[in-house]
Design a protein around this ligand. Sequence first.
Ligand code: ZN
Length: 705
Amino acid sequence: MRKAGLLDKKPLTATRGMLETARRDKGTKKRIDAWHGVVTYTEYESRYYFRAMISVNKEILEVDLFTRRDLALGRTDPRFRIFLDREKKDFESWDMVNEKWSSAKINMLETDDDRYSYTYRGRNHATKATLHIVNGFLYTGCMQDVEMAVLDFQAGIRKTELSRKHKFITDVIDSYMSMVPDRMPVDWMKFINDRVLEHSVFYTKDTKTGYCTHCRLHVPVPADVRHNTLGKCAQCGSSIIYKSWKMQKHTTYRTTVAILQQCTDGVHYVYRQFRVDMYTERQEYYVPEIRIHEDQRSLFLLGSRNGMAGSLKNYEWGEFRYTGIKRWCEGGTVKHSGFYGENYGYAKSILYTGNIKKMLKDTCLKYVPAAEIIRSMGRERINVLAVLSDMETGFSYEVFWKMGLKRFVWERISREGRNGLVKIPRPEGQKPWELMGMTKEDMKQAVRLDATDQQMRIIQKAARMGVRLADDQVEFFDRYTGNHAVLDYIGAQTPHRIIRYLKERAGVEECGKDVHNEPLHFWMDYLDMIRQMGWNLRDRSIFFPQDIKRAHDEAVAVYAVWKDNADAEKMRAKDDIMRRNAAEIKKAFCYSDDTYMIKVPECYLDFKHEGNAQHNCVATYYDRAVEARCIILFVRKRLEPDKSFCTVEIQNDDGRFKVMQNRTAYNREAPEDAKVFMKKAVKEAQGIADKIVEEGKRIRQKAAG
Ligand SMILES: [Zn+2]
């Protein structure tokens, strides 16, 4: 707004009537009982007083704002002169006290009139003539309060300005959104009905018929039909759940579906995600009402230099920047709230597979039977973008799938395209079994078993020791020990003997690899110590001790002496690493309460002293802690911070912390309150660690983008 000339004219001054009214407005004392005591305040009739005039050329309206306080003190000048230009849609206010311009709206002007120590009954003062001038000029109706009229006018202008600014943003979004194909495949609704929705047959016992939500026909039901049991529709053959008319008033089903399409520019691909809701209710004879709402789109490239993940652009449907307008927005800029808040955003979905083969035929994924694999997963929702990215960047889905390792492939997809127990390097001209460090025969065994990830890991570990397990031996380890440290010793003795010892001495059939399986736990500790000391593991009497606990305790004593004599130089280097580890661990494990606190060991001596004081073998965990294979913590009483109390082992399983052991002296279980303390400490540490990881991701994304 052009400010020149606006102040040439003098402002309006308070009339005698205004001064008189303000002086008479002495206020009423009020009191209310607040939670912190009785509050007294003064309530006045009016806060602001207004006068207004229109400029000679009829272009500008000047509204002068006076405060009650000023008038009551006999001041006749306004606080603000507000200039409003109706044609140019602009406004500007002159602050009379501070002598400066302000572009704030009327409700944001600093009038030095604190509303908190006293209140107003909400009326501003203006004569009928003033109301007439203001409302007439601003087209704000008849006799609206001056403050409200000005605010309406100013807010309207700001909204238009904002939408002009927003247009730059929305134009870019719209240019991408316009590349998304208009049409859905002809069998899209059939796909949702057949593969996505969960169907029921609503039956009445007396008629022996029911209504199928899949084929929407009345179909016969078995005579012995029962509520909430699974079955097949006699008409369409669809898998359904039997629901009784009497028992089931209504049903709801909510899921997420998605489709991948090639964009109209022929270069981009788009992932489109839809929320699907199905309702049925008895009054409507259970005829399903299905709502499908597209809420996410991600555009990406395939086979580009930065990979698919690097080219992702996310969009979501929602309110654009508090404008009240719903449209496609940049991902992450839409604020969701309310009861269904958690159901927004990118999610796992059931993918439409009908168009995938054709769509991928000219891409780097042409050999991957993605449609077949994903289709075979039925109604399981998958992280489509993560799996697609995994297909693009390394894991040979086609090779494993074609070999027949279906469970292995499914598990990887369920893990969102991440490695499980089996780590598979990028294939580089090697056969898959060579890649995994096993023989062709081992791979055949895996195919024969339709091996899971864990079974594959067991075969792989044995293979690396040069051992071939029988099928039932693979199944034994799979069932009772899983991917356990015991597999590291499988080359030292025959699997047959190890299994027998596990059954007879370590009692794995009763408690498996449970952390409370003490014999197994002590045996593993023992083997780890004697391996480090170079004892002969092929000697059966050494490998399979008669009395596990005694052998363990003796080994601890020998190990301590041996370790003390170990190269001091090496120890110093390790201590340096341990101190760095400890600094990281302390960031997360900083919890304490009235009774307990956590001490993080920082060097070998810390481990050794704790081991001596507690009569446990924590010192043997030193190397593992240095290599960050576990986290060792000492729980201390706050009043005795230097006295050993409990020793805790925590596993970091892919970012998830888990307490493996919490023991007090002589390997006895920690007292209940110390366990509760540790639980809280782990929970807090998890939160902190997750935040650190998130932060790291954000920084990397920032750096990348
Ligand atoms: Zn049917």
